[in-house]
Design a protein around this ligand. Structure first.
Ligand code: DC
Length: 223
């Protein structure tokens, strides 16, 4: 049976994660957060204490690592070798290092294959940075969410505050601007707007409103 894959890309704080969850729930399909996978690998590599220049050591860790996820109605949980790392991977320490790991071709190849195999087996909303361009270039449902950096920082700030993380607004802004730049200039699979993607500026819209727009487009595009 052919699956339906709704691909959503966009920069940090564009609203992708919240919107994807709502769309997946409304359509009754899975939601796959690929940023969580990059974060989980980052967590594992940082914990392994190997040098991030040592490609052989990285490959060895990648080969030995089991990356899985579980999803229920409201939750997307990431597991590394059976350990639930969902909370740990959201720290600013991981955010500050994830781009180094996400620029390693071996890491991208491994995660891309995992992501493709999920989409081949399961209908899903799958969000990240290279989903519309590299992971599922042939799906007809492609979206790119964007918002001005001030707005994206405000959202991320509120999110982290709510989780009880101590965070300085200006350093968060710096970290997001840095991450934008690294995501967009990465030599391999950078964040870019796919020529067939529908671009939605989420500024001033609630996640619910963005999700409704996406669902309207999906209906419009048809089967
Ligand atoms: O969506 P996020 O902020 O949790 O993603 C964390 C980082 O992972 C992001 O800055 C870049 C990387 N990433 C990627 O390179 N490709 C993806 N498909 C998803 C995330």
């Amino acid at each position: 049976m052919k699956t339906t894959v709704i691909a959503i890309d966009g920069p940090a704080g564009s609203g992708k994660s919240t919107v994807s969850k709502i769309v997946a729930k409304k359509l009754g399909i899975a939601n796959v957060d690929t940023g969580a996978m990059y974060r989980a690998i980052t967590y594992k590599l940082l914990k392994s204490n190997i040098s991030l220049d040592d490609l052989d050591a990285i490959k060895k860790v990648l080969d030995e690592t089991k990356i899985t996820f579980e999803q229920n109605e409201n939750d997307f949980r990431m597991f590394i070798d059976g350990d639930d790392v969902s909370k740990k991977i959201r720290s600013e320490y991981i955010s500050a290092n994830v781009n180094i790991i996400a620029a390693i071709p071996e890491v991208r190849n491994k995660l891309r294959e995992i992501q493709r195999s999920i989409g081949l087996k399961t209908s899903c909303v799958i969000e990240g940075r290279d989903i519309t361009t590299v992971v599922f270039p042939d799906t007809k449902y492609k979206f790119y969410l964007d918002a001005p950096i001030e707005e994206r920082v405000k959202r991320r700030y509120a999110e982290l505050k709510q989780k009880g993380e101590e965070i300085n607004f200006d350093s968060l802004k710096e970290s997001i601007a840095r991450r934008d730049k690294l995501d967009q200039t990465r030599g391999i699979n950078p964040l870019r707007i796919d020529k067939d993607a529908i671009v939605i500026n989420t500024m001033g819209l609630s996640a619910q409103q963005v999700a409704e727009k996406i669902i309207d487009y999906i209906k419009y595009i048809g089967q």
